[in-house]
Write a protein that binds this ligand. Structure first.
Ligand code: AMP
Ligand code: MG
Length: 315
């Protein structure tokens, strides 16, 4: 397939983005995982606006994006060796590290009042250029309303947030397409809070030991049982049962879209397309759960749970 060069924001757009962030505004920007909705992480009013626009519960912390590894010591304290190893290997990249937070930096709202902070250096060139030009940390959750499907193109962001976001920087489709892997380094050992763009196997290889994936994580978003939900109901089906179940639903008058063998980079776009096509049900076959397949399966399960227990209220 021919590759189309990713769009690159002009210097004038970057300058405008920095001005907006400095004045407490919101800038959506591409990362290699999903598009982020960025605010000045040190400004309480800017972070408050971020939560309002996302309709995000205020006790759910957001990831703080930094440009340099030194951000680990600027925002964190008592950093364990494992966190330094992982930062050294995977930053910039789709890995978020949760460490103890320094009390004297950032807006309290960023961490949902917790004594911990989640940090990441994104690898996407536009994100890095923005962080460097701004010269401070950017708090950024995914640029969608709370509980809904994350955006992986600038058009997704505009569709979801419209004029609630002051500027959308377009860097083309996200290369990874699922959120970062979150590794909690605050419990004496490390554990994965959310599977994502860096496979568990990669984390384990670098640390030379097994790393558990937490089953509960204090109800933080992205780890809620119901999240990442399209309007269509998502139903997980075994590959063996796909043909029968599709016929059953179609016979009952349901509009069905099948998601099988979908790669991480296309997952959210496919869920959005299903909604745009007016699907009632997305029948999803889970991928093998190695590499990025673990994150894809995780998101599909949560999307399915959203349908069965009500999920987030629709915006
Ligand atoms: P996102 O919704 O992609 O911005 O991811 C936010 C996720 O990062 C949350 O679901 C938490 O799991 C994790 N997180 C962020 N900040 C913290 C924090 N201060 N302590 C623990 N986990 C955090
Ligand atoms: Mg999100």
């Amino acid at each position: 397939m021919a590759r189309v060069a990713a769009p690159v924001p002009s210097d004038a757009e970057l300058t405008r983005a920095v001005e907006i962030l400095r004045s407490g505004g919101l800038v959506a920007f591409p990362t290699e995982t999903v598009y982020g909705l960025g605010a000045d992480a040190s400004s309480a009013p800017a972070v408050a606006r971020l939560y309002r626009v996302k309709s995000r519960p205020v006790d759910h912390p957001v990831i703080v994006h930094v440009a340099e590894i030194s951000g680990l010591d600027e925002w964190g304290c008592d950093i364990p060796d494992a966190a330094r190893v992982l930062a050294g290997v995977f930053w910039p990249g789709p890995l978020t590290l949760v460490v103890a937070r320094r009390a004297d930096v950032g807006a309290d709202a960023v961490t949902g009042g917790r004594p911990t902070v989640a940090l990441r250096i994104p690898a996407q060139p536009v994100a890095l250029a923005l962080l460097r030009a701004f010269g401070r940390a950017i708090a950024a959750p995914s640029a969608n309303r709370f509980g809904r499907v994350s955006p992986t193109t600038a058009a997704h962001v505009r569709h979801d947030l419209g004029s609630d976001v002051d500027l959308v920087l377009d860097g083309g489709p996200c290369a990874i397409g699922v959120e970062s892997t979150i590794v909690d380094c605050t419990m004496g050992d490390v554990r994965i809070l959310r599977t994502g763009g860096i496979p568990r196997e990669g984390v384990e290889a670098m640390l030379g030991r097994r790393v558990e994936v937490a089953t509960t994580s204090g109800g933080a978003p992205g780890t809620l049982p119901a999240h990442y939900a399209p309007d269509a109901r998502v139903e997980i089906v075994d590959a063996d049962d796909l043909t029968r179940r599709r016929a059953e639903l179609t016979d009952a008058g349901r509009r069905v879209v099948v998601l099988a063998g979908v790669e991480a980079a296309h997952l959210y776009a496919r869920l959005r397309e299903a909604d745009a096509a007016g699907a009632d049900v997305v029948l999803a076959v889970l991928p093998p759960e190695d590499g990025l397949g673990a994150a894809v399966a995780d998101r599909l399960r949560r999307a399915a749970a959203a349908g069965s227990i009500g999920g987030d209220p629709s915006p």
